[in-house]
Design a protein around this ligand. Sequence first.
Ligand code: ASP
Length: 325
Amino acid sequence: MSFFKTLAVAGAMAATLFSGAAYAEYPERNITMVVPFSAGGPTDTVARLVAESMSKDLGQQIIVENVGGAGGTLGAGRVASSDPDGYTVLLHHIGMATSATLYRKLAYDPLNAFDYVGLVTEVPMTIVARKDLEPTDLKGLIDYVKANKDTITVANAGIGAASHLCGMLFMSAIETPLVTVPYKGTGPAMTDLLGGQVDIMCDQTTNTTKQIQGGTIKAYAVTSPARLEIFPDIPTAVEGGLPGFEVGIWHGVYTPKGTPEAVNTKLSASLQKALKDPNVMARFAELGTAPSSEADATPAALKAKLEGEIARWKPIIDAAGTYAD
Ligand code: ASP
């Protein structure tokens, strides 16, 4: 080994040792967890449950900050450009993968602007409507929507959001484009659905369960491969007449690229503990979802998931041919 190479290797070892030592006490102050959608929505709900449990484990508060807008890309962009010091993390969902193709210009590269902490959960979606919409089943809804295609409105959380993706799949399955109404998250979209200002929405069970159970909105289908334990009477979209209509909304935790490995490892271990916290498990079950396994709540599993999902959705989005700038 040359003298200079030896020096370089020694320097790198010192840097590793130094950063390991510098982060031995991590975290030493509050951590911000950016949710790229409004407060009160499904991603927010998942984030707050996990953040509360991880805060106890890490001995520092994880404070959720909602940075909604542009289908989750504003919040993701904020984290991509934050200091990679372990004090800003992102909890995002499948939109991390779909926005890679949907947006012609993104301020960040979804695959290379982040480090990975782990997967959190995969949440089914529900096709729901304001409670006084006439149809009583999915078949009736499809006929009704086709007959009223110029006046029916579909709420979503912006291009790249899960609700946008699911709505897009619905419109393409029934070959009927509809008027969409974008929000900064489906928390506020739900408020308008409850108030009857919009007609239909496709959203995660983590946002719709309470309202479906309370009868304040109508549910036509779940997008999981099988019916959900919490809704035995709601058919799957496939049973209801939409072949192949299955969507699961996976969520993951990321840090900005360049975050010390010791930090990502510590966050990942804490996430794994949170996903076994009986309170988190019980709330997830009530909301129709389940925590990711320990093997999935790892940096490698999230990275593989994101890579696979970008590749899976690209041809589907390209075939639909709708992009955002
Ligand atoms: N459910 C939303 C979506 O459509 C986002 C949210 O508000 O959590 O992606």
